[in-house]
Design a protein around this ligand. Structure first.
Ligand SMILES: C[S@@+](CC[C@H](N)C(=O)[O-])C[C@H]1O[C@@H](n2cnc3c(N)ncnc32)[C@H](O)[C@@H]1O
Length: 245
């Protein structure tokens, strides 16, 4: 599940659709679309139902499609997306990735592969969390916060938007749009902080919850708890990258 993006500082139910709604704008002439790290496939299911003539492929380490997301034009592959060798050059019109590339410790190689499997003039769309600057430029407290959030996101360490943008450029992509959405995720992060606080502020309850639930829940809980203040103070960023081959 990805973060909700809100206009006018107010959280609305439909804000969960911000990312797929933006991606949709680039699908009108597409035939083959790849999602990296679709998780439970909510975005795949939504887009595949709106575009029945497009073949969608999802590559995830732990793919699963809830029944409501299952469509005949979706193919799910259980695999590390760093290995796209099964796809020939120029396979996809659009490739998108929501809150998953931050997990990659080898983004330069990954972007080379994404570029290779993308058709000429193909579009790569990415939504993700970033550090606002290089790790060594943060003060000690900020370094602790960004380390905590990175661990919570299962990322080695979150990279800065500038660093990732450079890597996209080196891979050969040219920019269509890059937007900082940090401000617009604050209403959702505030909601998540409130939810995380209900657990974290009750020590015994928190111990039990984090013991019985999967480890990722602890990571998500930590990000939810510290993410709001980190984003408000621009230690943590969220951005949209739309790039073209
Ligand atoms: C935070 S979830 C995002 C899910 C989905 N994109 C969404 O917006 O709801 C990250 C997903 O990326 C997948 N993932 C992380 N690293 C991966 C890798 N190296 N190869 C394939 N999938 C990966 C995880 O299994 C998980 O499903």
């Amino acid at each position: 599940m990805h973060v909700r993006i809100s206009e006018n500082h107010t959280l609305r139910k439909d804000d969960i659709f911000y990312q797929p709604n933006q991606i949709e704008k680039y699908l009108t002439r597409a035939k083959n679309v790849l999602e990296l790290g679709p998780g439970q496939g909510a975005n795949l299911g939504l887009l595949a139902s709106k575009f029945p003539n497009i073949q969608f492929t999802g590559v995830d380490l732990y793919p699963s499609l809830a029944r409501k997301n299952q469509r005949s034009n979706i193919k799910l592959i259980k695999q590390d997306y760093h290995d796209l060798s099964q796809f020939p050059d120029d396979s996809f019109d659009v490739i998108y990735a929501i809150e998953t590339i931050c997990h990659s410790a080898t983004k330069d190689k990954l972007f080379d592969e994404i570029y290779r499997v993308m058709k000429k003039d193909g579009i790569f769309i990415m939504y993700d969390y970033y550090a606002s600057k290089a790790f060594e430029k943060y003060n000690t407290v900020e370094q602790k916060i960004i380390t905590l959030i990175s661990k919570g996101c299962s990322a080695e360490i979150l990279e800065s938007t500038n660093c990732v943008t450079q890597k996209l450029k080196y891979a050969g992509f040219s920019k269509i749009k890059r937007e900082d959405l940090t401000e617009k995720m604050l209403p959702d992060l505030k909601r998540l902080k409130r939810l995380a606080s209900i657990v974290i502020h009750r020590k015994t309850f928190a111990k039990v919850v984090f013991k019985i639930l999967p480890k990722t829940f602890l990571g998500n809980g930590v990000v939810a708890y510290v993410g709001y203040n980190a984003a408000r103070n621009r230690v943590l960023l969220y951005a949209e990258h739309i790039y073209k081959k």
